[in-house]
Write a protein that binds this ligand. Structure first.
Ligand code: ZN
Length: 311
């Protein structure tokens, strides 16, 4: 009988220990994902299935489709006069439901395709943007349509982490809200490019940095606050490969193996600029461009990844 009591006590102890152990693991995992990735463990997430990122061939603008094992996410929607291309690309990808739309900033070449998403063919879950005010007709028009269709909108701020399902997450690194706060005393003037949502997609050990049109000022600010959290295998070339972005210090911190550039063939801005291409060459990154390669597809299981252009 005494032996039985000891055995029961022992088993009870063991199960309590195990429970405590599990609790600790969960807690540390959660805090890592919420803190914006600074330790080695937070560089990865536990995943199952496949994630694809498609930089859509939508001319001069950005539209990037992320398909996680559970959700479909669209980062930017390209320009007004590229709407037919966006529609064609979404059809090709078989997309009808978009769980999350992330709009990096309210310039036409990023939010110009929003009307396509509201034309009744698509179901939109939620819209995230940089939370900045804008008086542009495109922006106020999109807000009206979102409201009319009952689609919620939320402004993102540094430190936010979006759960994209299947172990994929989007860590928000830099946001206009901070710039505005810092600049308020000096009479801050809005600078949409530099207020772009910058965020890091993490799926297992695969990482990709999304940059909108953020320029060197924002890159410097990000390095100051998140230097340990920017390292990424793939870089979405900031501002369509403009020389006003992709500073040396930023590239040194991100250390991308692959750079993806979204731009239209023969565009008026000369994107991508030769200085940017030279900088990418210097760090030995593989460069893909939508104007030359068409839609660029990355496929990853969270361990290895593969990048392919249509041409
Ligand atoms: Zn742009």
């Amino acid at each position: 009988m005494k032996f039985l009591k000891t055995l029961v006590a022992f088993l009870l102890c063991m199960s309590l220990l195990l429970l405590a152990g599990c609790g600790n693991q969960n807690a540390s995992g959660d805090s890592a994902s919420a803190s914006g990735a600074s330790s080695a463990s937070s560089q990865t997430s536990s995943v199952s299935g496949t994630l694809t990122v498609k930089m859509l061939n939508v001319g001069q603008g950005d539209a990037i489709l992320i398909e996680t094992p559970e959700q479909t996410v669209l980062v930017d929607t390209s320009d007004v006069d590229e709407r037919d291309k966006l529609k064609k690309e979404l059809k090709k990808a078989g997309v009808k439901n978009i769980d999350k739309v992330i709009l990096t900033h309210p310039h036409a070449d990023h939010i110009g395709g929003m009307d396509v998403l509201f034309d009744g063919e698509y179901k939109i879950g939620m819209i995230y943007d940089n939370g900045m005010p804008s008086t542009s007709k495109l922006f106020t028009g999109y807000l009206k349509k979102a409201k009319a269709q009952g689609v919620k909108r939320q402004g993102l701020k540094a430190g936010d982490v979006l759960d994209l399902g299947g172990g994929a997450r989007f860590e928000v690194l830099s946001l206009g809200a901070d710039l505005v706060k810092q600049g308020q005393a000096k009479g801050y003037k809005h600078d949409p490019n530099n207020e772009s949502v910058v965020g890091r997609l993490v799926f297992g050990s695969f990482t990709m940095l999304f940059t909108g049109d953020a320029e060197k000022e924002t890159e410097a600010a990000i390095l100051q606050s998140h230097r340990d959290g920017v390292k990424s295998l793939v870089l979405k070339a900031p501002h369509h490969g403009s020389h006003t972005s992709s500073s040396k210090a930023y590239l040194d911190a991100v250390q991308p193996e692959v750079c993806l550039i979204s731009c239209g063939a023969g565009n008026d801005y000369g994107h991508p600029h030769k200085e940017t291409l030279a900088a990418y060459k210097k760090i030995k990154a593989n460069v893909f461009e939508t104007d030359k390669n068409g839609t660029i597809t990355i496929t990853t299981d969270g361990k290895t990844y593969d990048v392919k252009g249509e041409k």
